[in-house]
Design a protein around this ligand. Structure first.
Ligand SMILES: Cc1cc2nc3c(=O)[nH]c(=O)nc-3n(C[C@H](O)[C@H](O)[C@H](O)COP(=O)(O)OP(=O)(O)OC[C@H]3O[C@@H](n4cnc5c(N)ncnc54)[C@H](O)[C@@H]3O)c2cc1C
Length: 395
């Protein structure tokens, strides 16, 4: 079976690895001229680490990642609002949680693909997908090339996915009313005593720091903003310094010590959930199918889960594509919809600009049963995966 994958991000490259491991003939096309990474880093939660083990890259990821022990919530003045015990989530799900820079992560996936004799064809921008014959679509590239395949996997992201347009008719993402400045900060000596996630909540503002090592972290500073304006990279540091003036010292350190070339500014979009991800021999996966907000913390993890489930469905029903696609959708739809909705709910709370709302929200956080919360997260993220509790020493 010949499989064409559109998009060389997390969903595309991980699908290519799994499908090549199963013996399929796989080609993968990416619009960028070389590897590039939206965002600065990710936490691969235990559900993602399960897939990373299937891909054969879990040890490589562990070797450059941090293992955050907890996710602390603090107010913008540094008041403690409670903490999620990540080690409890890990034990319950039987895999670690790993914080890793996007560049390292993408590099590991691409090296694994190369070890299987695969490679990403860079500089191939898909401009459209159109019907070619009964049940078969054709992909058109900007350079005039056109291809077809037995299966076309649209892993072409959230912003203008040709695959989403083909399967759903509309691929316009929804702006969710906030900006994220993101960055990677590497310091001279150790700065972080503990590898953990620190999440600072303000009024219509939020700053998250994820330690990857004692001297290295990625971060995201979010601010509610109704209008989308032109981006001026030279201004990013000043914009951050002004938005987060007076916030606790670690935030000032991140802004001060991150070079401009390692910062980015993103007007954050997601997609409304839809019930159909396939048409003819085309299926959308990852952000193209179900982009969730960064507040879900699960976008890349769900892209990995898609890759694993889709490969399994194609293997099981390779002679019956409609069945393979229907089974994939049945497994994935509810979980990804729940994650999109949860991401929106948290964003609506974090980027609320009402002082009183935020005061009450912070009080609720202080009174949260964090053990129950960690257990609920583990249960939700384990859904449809063969995960079992394990002792910490085994992870
Ligand atoms: C600010 C921000 C922070 C985030 N932080 C986290 C986090 O901490 N943890 C987490 O799990 N997730 C996070 N995410 C979400 C995560 O980045 C995505 O969910 C994940 O990358 C989805 O993988 P994907 O392969 O579907 O899409 P992508 O990784 O976006 O890959 C899509 C690929 O398709 C290519 N492409 C697009 N259009 C075309 C075309 N026309 N032709 C050819 N190629 C094309 C793109 O260039 C890209 O390489 C964050 C997202 C944002 C916006």
């Amino acid at each position: 079976m010949k499989i064409a994958i559109l998009g060389g991000g997390v969903a595309g490259v991980s699908s290519a690895i799994l499908l090549k491991q199963m013996g399929f003939d796989v080609s993968i096309y990416e619009r960028h001229a070389a590897s590039s990474n939206i965002g600065a880093g990710i936490v691969a939660w235990p559900n993602a680490c399960f897939v990373l083990e299937q891909l054969g890259v879990l040890d490589a990821v562990k070797s450059v990642a941090g293992s955050p022990a907890s996710m602390r919530r603090l107010s913008r003045s540094g008041e403690f609002l409670g903490s999620i015990d990540i080690e409890l989530i890990n034990k319950q799900m039987g895999y670690p949680s790993l914080s890793i820079l996007r560049s390292d992560f993408q590099g590991i996936l691409e090296s694994k693909l190369a070890s299987l004799g695969g490679f990403v064809e860079f500089g191939k921008t898909v401009i459209s997908i159109r019907p070619r014959s009964a049940g078969q679509a054709e992909v058109q590239f900007q350079n005039g090339q056109a291809i077809t395949a037995d299966v076309i996997i649209g892993a072409d992201g959230r912003m203008a996915s040709p695959a989403r347009r083909y399967v759903h008719g509309n691929n316009t993402p929804v702006y969710q009313g906030f900006i994220n400045w993101v960055g990677v900060c590497e310091l001279e000596g150790d700065y972080f005593d503990r590898i953990e996630v620190s999440d600072y909540w303000g009024v219509g503002e939020r700053f998250g720091i994820v330690a990857v090592a004692g001297n290295k972290a990625y971060w995201a500073g979010g601010v509610a903003c109704t209008e989308i304006s032109p981006k001026v990279p030279a201004h990013y540091k000043d914009e951050l310094a002004s938005a987060f003036a007076g916030w606790p010292a670690p935030i000032q350190a991140m802004i001060e010590h991150t070079p401009l070339e390692r910062m980015n500014k993103i007007y954050v979009h997601d997609h409304d959930p839809i019930g159909t991800w396939h048409r003819d021999n085309v299926i959308a996966i990852g952000d193209a199918a179900h982009a969730s907000l960064p507040t879900s913390g699960q976008g890349a993890c769900q892209a990995l889960e898609d890759a694993w489930h889709l490969a399994a469905c194609l293997k099981e029903s390779s002679q019956d594509l409609p069945q393979a696609f229907a089974k994939f959708t049945e497994i994935r739809l509810d979980k990804t919809t729940g994650i999109t909705v949860a991401g929106r709910r948290l964003a609506a709370s974090l980027f609320n600009r009402d002082q009183e709302f935020c005061r009450v929200r912070n009080d609720i956080s202080k009174n949260t049963d964090f053990q129950a919360l960690a257990e609920a997260m583990a249960t939700g993220w384990s859904h449809h995966l063969p995960l079992m509790p394990r002792q910490a020493r085994e992870l």
